[in-house]
Ligand binder design. Structure first.
Ligand code: ADP
Ligand code: MG
Length: 701
């Protein structure tokens, strides 16, 4: 884009006719719209269909909001109390219908006049033979509102804006003003050959039609084009990051497999699954490539990531370097340490745990061992990235549950080695749908353990209503008589919520009453850490049979003998959280159960969540449903990542476009990594522009 055009789009929005300093301040604050460019990229999130008027006889239940012209024949108040409503009777030459208001009755009542034609806009619902619209928009028919042929954009807004009378119509007016000025300044931002290959319309037409769609077809094309562009540049940028890093960053080459062979021959506790072998091969290939590894290892709870991590450490240690594993919580770090120590001891490899609560004297010897290189494996929390922790030669950095760490924290860990960057393996037990992974981790290579160890019995998940409490208790008793242990989890979304705490305590008491001969533990976030630990240990040792807890047990606990998980008020948990909780059982040889307890009344969404849990144990499938239900912004682990604030694309719906955009970016970079071919000049300019501006990109870089 030449300088003139760029300056135009950088013009403060204040200078657009109809904006001015006050509205500009509001647009800045409420919608982060600062410039002409920002405003133009403030896209509608839906459109009201004003392309035509419908006749009453044409209405169907499947229709979204539509407009009809009707005449009122009368109105009356019906019902009493909360059912009180205003019903207006309407007709056109093809039939009769009703308009209904439950709120703002008085205001509406005064405005509705019998015998006058109105333009009504709303969503038709059938009651018996008649159609009805609840809370429709209505205006007396005028020449202006009888004009058809347009889709009316609806823009994202805030309450504050509405209070200042900035609504979609106002934004739409501003867009019209802006588009007139911008018309000859809008430049194509994708190369010709890409437009042709992917049947995309040009940028100017797309921008016009996204704000003022000519018809449904052009709207679809406009949105396809803009989504493709948005996703393409994100993918291109991520892939370029990866390319640059690969070019620049040399990696250690590990070739000595002696330790590995020894471990395989003498200590391997079970045959590895096919999926474990596959990811180990992928990781080994990276660690021998001479380039620094940056790989994401995804695997559901219980898929066996620990042994994979250990085997990779062996290859690194065989190559004369040290390894670090960073976990997000103390409890998880401790558990990793316990698990890995068994293997490390067998192999006579030194290993230590460093967390916030490590004693000073232990700390000193850990520091010394790290610096002189005698300590080979260090496990810990973010204590690992503190200044005074210095490795002799860190060659492999493993980060568990990456999303809980910031990018900056991660790079601190690999910054610990000045000569050559360590290989980096990021492990996560939170399955991420492909579309999200491609964006969140688009600069990493991805390995997936998509198979559970053989012989593991799938957890049986059962939904029960609270009214079945007695049967459920009978079942728990049966299980405990067979020697099993039981978790009972209560929702405590916010640990400070008094009511939740009361539910938990009530629950604990009724459990104690129902099982008077059974020792019961209780753990929640309000307890002192020592008390929590004490209760946890009693349960681990089997001294207590039931653990009543909040979601604090979500991560970290591994009690193979606990084979029943009861989740109370299951409708209050998100899908991924339910799945994580369920993952606490099914770790031993016995048949495990997950009981989802709910009230009889469930919202459609809660029902879908419960049904999904009952239907499948597959974390990826569950993550996919979660993504559809909640959208990408709310998925576990993605909250802090601004990457998902897209302007127009939606990762829960645009998987196909994303796939195409990524493939396009990949093949362009494979052919022309520096984007120096003339046909790619448009792309290079655009990347350059992103680099120089805070817009959009700052969120990703
Ligand atoms: P996660 O991926 O959740 O970290 P873990 O590494 O903790 O899973 O493994 C879960 C359990 O499965 C552990 O008890 C581990 O010893 C066991 N395990 C891992 N791999 C296998 C395998 N190939 N065969 C049998 N058991 C395995
Ligand atoms: Mg684990």
């Amino acid at each position: 884009m030449e300088a003139g055009a760029r300056r135009f789009f950088d013009t403060p929005v204040e200078y657009l006719k109809g904006v001015g300093p006050q509205r500009a301040a509001l647009l800045n604050k409420e919608l982060s719209i600062f410039t002409f460019g920002d405003l133009l990229q403030h896209y509608p999130f839906r459109y009201e269909d004003r392309t035509r008027f419908y006749k009453i006889a044409e209405l169907t239940e499947e229709m979204p909001s539509v407009q009809v012209v009707i005449t009122l024949t009368g109105k009356e108040l019906v019902g009493a109390g909360s059912k009180r409503r205003l019903v207006a009777y309407a007709e056109d030459e093809t039939g009769k219908m009703e308009l209904v208001w439950f709120q703002g009755i008085r205001w509406v009542q005064d405005k509705l006049k019998a015998g006058v034609p109105y333009v009504v806009f709303g969503s038709p619902v059938r009651y018996g033979k008649k159609f009805s619209m609840a809370h429709p928009e209505f205006e007396p028919q005028t020449e202006a509102n009888t004009k058809t042929g347009y889709l009316q954009p609806v823009y994202p807004l805030t309450e504050k804006l509405r209070a200042k009378y900035i609504d979609s119509k106002v934004i739409s007016k501003l867009q019209r003003e802006l588009l007139l000025l911008a018309n000859d300044k809008i430049r194509e931002t994708l190369p010709d050959y890409l437009l042709k290959q992917h049947h995309l319309i040009d940028k100017r037409i797309a921008l016009f039609n996204i704000h003022f769609p000519k018809d449904h077809e052009l709207l679809t094309k406009a949105s396809q084009r803009l989504k493709f562009e948005e996703l393409f540049y994100i993918q291109l940028r991520l892939l370029m990051l990866k390319l640059v890093r690969q070019e620049k960053s040399q990696g250690y080459v590990f070739n000595d497999a002696a330790l590995l062979t020894k471990f395989y021959n003498e200590f391997l506790p079970f045959p590895l699954t096919g999926a474990q072998k596959k990811v180990i091969r992928e990781i080994y290939t990276d660690m021998r490539s001479g380039k620094q590894m940056n790989r994401l290892l995804q695997g559901d709870v219980g898929s066996g990531k620990t042994i994979v991590a250990f085997v990779c450490m062996l290859l690194a240690i065989g190559g004369g370097v040290q390894c670090a594993l960073m976990a997000p919580t103390e409890i998880l770090a401790q558990q990793h340490y316990n698990n890995l120590k068994r293997y490390a001891d067998q192999m006579k490899i030194t290993i230590a745990l460093l967390t916030g609560s490590t004693k000073k004297s232990d700390r000193n010897s850990i520091h010394a061992g790290l610096q002189n290189g005698t300590l080979k494996i260090l496990i810990g929390t973010h204590a690992l990235i503190e200044e005074e922790v210095k490795f002799n030669k860190l060659g492999l950095a493993i980060v568990d549950e990456q999303h809980r760490f910031g990018v900056a924290q991660r790079s601190k860990l690999w910054g610990k080695n000045s000569e050559v960057l360590p290989h980096v393996l990021v492990m996560t037990a939170t399955p991420i749908p492909r579309t999200l992974a491609m964006t969140l981790y688009g600069d990493l290579d991805v390995s997936v353990i998509d198979e559970l160890p053989a012989g593991r019995k799938p957890i049986k998940t059962i939904h029960r209503y609270d009214s079945h409490r007695l049967q459920v208790n009978g079942f728990l008793k049966e299980q405990m008589d067979q020697g099993r242990q039981v978790y009972i989890v209560y929702p405590l979304i916010d640990e400070s919520e008094k009511l939740d705490l009361k539910h938990l305590m009530d629950g604990y008491e009724s459990v104690c009453r129902a099982f008077p001969d059974v020792a019961v533990s209780i753990v929640h976030g309000k307890m002192k850490p020592e008390a929590k630990d004490y209760e946890m240990r009693r349960f681990v040792k089997g001294e207590t049979k039931i653990m009543v807890a909040t979601t604090v047990i979500e991560v970290g606990v591994d009690v193979p003998n606990a084979s029943v998980m009861v989740i109370e008020n299951a409708e209050r948990f998100g899908l991924s959280q339910l799945h994580q909780l369920r993952g606490r059982v099914g770790r031993g040889a016995d048949q495990s159960y997950c009981l989802l307890m709910t009230d009889f009344k469930l919202s459609a969404e809660s029902k879908k969540r419960i049904d999904t849990m009952v239907r499948t144990n597959n974390g990826f499938e569950i993550a996919e449903v979660d993504l559809q239900l909640r959208g990408p912004g709310d998925l576990m682990g993605t909250q802090q990542s601004g990457i998902l604030d897209l302007l127009i694309a939606d990762l829960s719906k645009d998987g196909k476009v994303l796939q195409k955009a990524r493939e396009a970016a990949l093949s362009i970079l494979a052919d022309d990594p520096t984007l120096s071919k003339p046909e790619n000049k448009v792309i290079r300019d655009q990347v350059e522009l992103f680099r120089n501006s805070a817009m959009n990109w700052s969120r990703i870089a």
